[in-house]
Design a protein around this ligand. Structure first.
Ligand SMILES: NC(=O)C1=CN([C@@H]2O[C@H](COP(=O)(O)OP(=O)(O)OC[C@H]3O[C@@H](n4cnc5c(N)ncnc54)[C@H](O)[C@@H]3O)[C@@H](O)[C@H]2O)[C@@H](O)CC1
Ligand SMILES: Nc1ncnc2c1ncn2[C@@H]1O[C@H](COP(=O)(O)OP(=O)(O)O)[C@@H](O)[C@H]1O
Ligand SMILES: [K+]
Length: 516
């Protein structure tokens, strides 16, 4: 799914109105009915007070449409106009009249703090104060209203975007944003829903198609691509009957040091589970027996040194390499990495963990990175690589510049892992807090290396690998609960993640009556 900027959404709106020869007010009606349906399906006529706070723009207009539809269906609705300006939009005014025609009275006009209503915990708040047209940070009594609503334990449903949040620009004041329990957003989710500083305000959301012009949506380069199951299905490369282990490549994992051989075990296993034909682990001598025992499928080549890596020496040409997990930063290991980067220029590679820390300390080595090398930093490692950032957008911009300068793919790990490839951003939707466990990143590096070895191109291997790793983690968490997930469980569930890619949803066997 594509994520568009506010500017692109306004353009889509304009193009749609022209091409479909509909009025913008009809588009608002389309949007409103979806919100109404969502509420109506859940409330089923319940008399709970629904308090709709409408701004004076089109987001407020949406609120008025929803209010009218709810009133017409007999709901207990109280509509407020947050009268922060006289510049009411055309569609706001039109729906302002329409709701009055239904109720025979005007909505309640709010002009300041004295007008704040009492709100009970069991009420429902609908936030239609500001949408994507927010052009400055909410202040004065409107900010106080947002704070007042946030203090209430009533359920808060935001229309399009929580008021006070910019769809694709940094937050200015954390106190001036509605913290929505749920957001119903139009056409596509907004970038802010996925970035660590702003996502908590829109932690649950649904996106509703409102029939914007398909050609515009398909041909417009988005701000970012959201990667879910549909996208992952398209990335998957099916196996052919006469393929053999040679077809799936020979992956090389360069990992481990004394006390951290487990990192090599995890990456090696993950590379196998994702489908590499063969995997060789290159480890310090102390890792030999451990690997041969824990992953008998793997071949093991050891360094001349017992405790850490000093120089890669192998007698085959790997099809892909994953380097860095648990290798430490000893001077000899730095030299080993330098040697690999200089001599293996045409082999696709993933660098993780200490390999990234070494690059951060020896920035001159960055220019040795072969084109399209994949770097998989978590935010701490990223900071060491690119320097600090002011906010999430600054972080993305700096990562973009870094990606362009060194012609590399950067995977910023975390909830909603973002893969950055020059101008292109891919936001992953799988994964969960259960994956905040030791070795989880080692598994990811193994997964991506295993995909590269099977011939996936580096960008696909990155985006698909991140999806599969997260999906395996989700399946593991479904079986074990977040706390109990260990990295081995994530790796074990890569098989389920593959099966799940094309699994059909079982049709429900319960009769509609039984569901009650
Ligand atoms: N495709 C689309 O773009 C569609 C948009 N729709 C709705 O329209 C919304 C956008 O509407 P608008 O462009 O009218 O924008 P908004 O309704 O978000 O609000 C803009 C109004 O609020 C004022 N304002 C902005 N920030 C303020 C602040 N901090 N303090 C006080 N006043 C402030 C602006 O000057 C303007 O008058 C969307 O979020 C969505 O809810 C839907 O009706 C359907 C289609
Ligand atoms: N809350 C979360 N939601 C989704 N994925 C997560 C979450 N926490 C961690 N992960 C994933 O787990 C992995 C952790 O990697 P990393 O921090 O390098 O771990 P380690 O250093 O222990 O190997 C990353 O792929 C990250 O995206
Ligand atoms: K809103």
């Amino acid at each position: 799914m594509k994520i568009f900027s506010a500017e692109q959404l306004y353009e889509a709106d304009k193009v749609t109105v022209e091409k479909q020869q509909i009025t913008s007010e009809a588009l608002m009606e389309r949007a409103g009915i979806q919100i109404f349906n969502w509420l109506h399906q859940r409330l089923n006529g319940a008399p709970v007070p629904i308090r709709i706070f409408c701004g004076i723009g089109n987001n407020g207009g949406d609120g008025l449409v929803v209010g009218r539809m709810l009133i017409e269906h007999g709901y207990n609705v109280i509509v407020y106009v947050v009268n922060c300006s006289d510049k009411r939009s055309k569609n706001f005014l039109l729906n302002y009249d329409r709701i009055k025609n239904v109720t025979k009275k005007w909505p309640i006009l709010m002009k300041g703090e004295d007008d704040f209503p009492e709100i009970n915990a069991e009420d429902i708040i609908v936030d239609a104060i500001f949408g994507i047209g927010l052009n400055r940070c909410p202040g004065g009594w409107v900010k106080k209203l947002i704070q007042y609503l946030n203090e209430s334990s009533a359920f808060k449903l935001a229309i399009d975007i929580p008021s006070g949040l910019y769809p694709n620009a940094p937050l200015e004041d954390t106190e001036a944003v509605l913290k929505a329990n749920h957001t119903l957003t139009f056409q596509t989710p907004k970038l802010a829903f996925f970035l660590p500083e702003t996502a908590p305000y829109a932690s649950n959301f649904d996106a509703f198609e409102i029939g914007l012009d398909i050609e515009f949506l398909q041909t417009t380069e988005p701000l970012a691509q959201l990667i879910g199951k549909l996208e992952a299905q398209r990335f998957y490369r099916p196996r052919e009957k006469f393929d053999h282990k040679g077809t799936y490549g020979h992956a090389l994992i360069v990992a481990g040091s004394y006390g951290k051989i487990g990192a090599a075990v995890l990456s090696t296993t993950a590379a196998f589970r994702i489908g590499a034909g063969m995997v060789t682990a290159f480890v310090p001598k102390c890792g030999y027996s451990i690997l041969q025992t824990t992953v008998p499928e793997a071949m093991v080549v050891t360094d001349s040194e017992n405790d850490y890596l000093t120089q890669l020496s192998i007698e085959f040409e790997p099809s892909a390499m994953g380097i860095g997990m648990g290798i430490g930063k000893k001077e000899a290991t730095v030299k080993a990495l330098d040697g690999i980067l200089k001599s293996k220029k045409d082999i696709p590679m993933v660098l993780d963990a200490d390999a990234l820390n070494i690059l951060s300390e020896k920035k001159s080595m960055l220019k040795l990175l072969p084109k399209n090398t994949i770097l998989t930093p978590h935010p701490g490692e990223l900071k060491r690589l690119i320097g600090d950032w002011k906010n999430d957008y600054d972080k993305l911009e700096k990562t973009r510049q870094f990606s362009e300068k060194y012609e590399v793919i950067v995977i910023i790990k975390g909830a909603y892992t973002v893969t950055v490839y020059g101008e292109k951003l891919y936001i992953n939707t799988t994964g969960n807090p259960g994956m905040g466990t030791a070795g989880s990143g080692d598994a990811l590096c193994g997964v991506i290396t295993g995909l590269l070895s099977q011939g996936y191109d580096p960008l696909l291997a990155s985006v698909f690998g991140v999806y599969m790793h997260g999906r395996a983690g989700d399946i593991a968490a479904g079986q074990l609960g977040y706390e109990a997930v260990m990295t081995g469980d994530v790796i074990d569930n890569l098989s389920e993640a593959y099966l799940d890619l094309f699994a059909r949803q079982e049709p429900s066997t319960t009769e509609p009556d039984e569901k009650k």
